[in-house]
Unconditional design. Structure first.
Length: 71
């Protein structure tokens, strides 16, 4: 039997509105660093960056991060 109580983000101390505002702040700052090779913008739990094909066959650099609420 699972005795763990489900908790809301708010009960866990997460303020979704403040988190979204912070992401928008990061999005603005990150957009200033955009360069060729970036395959997508901020928003997911990872990033894709294309590496020059002169040295590799279809290389893509993938980075990821874990976020609040991930089980």
């Amino acid at each position: 039997m699972n005795t763990l109580k489900k908790m809301s983000y708010e009960e866990a101390g997460v303020n979704i509105d403040r988190a979204n505002a912070f992401v928008n702040h990061i999005r603005t700052a990150a957009s200033k660093t955009r360069r060729p090779g970036v395959l997508a913008g901020i928003g997911g739990f990872g990033a894709l960056f294309e590496i020059p094909q002169e040295r590799f066959k279809r290389p893509i650099l993938v980075s990821g991060t874990d976020g609040v609420g991930t089980n």
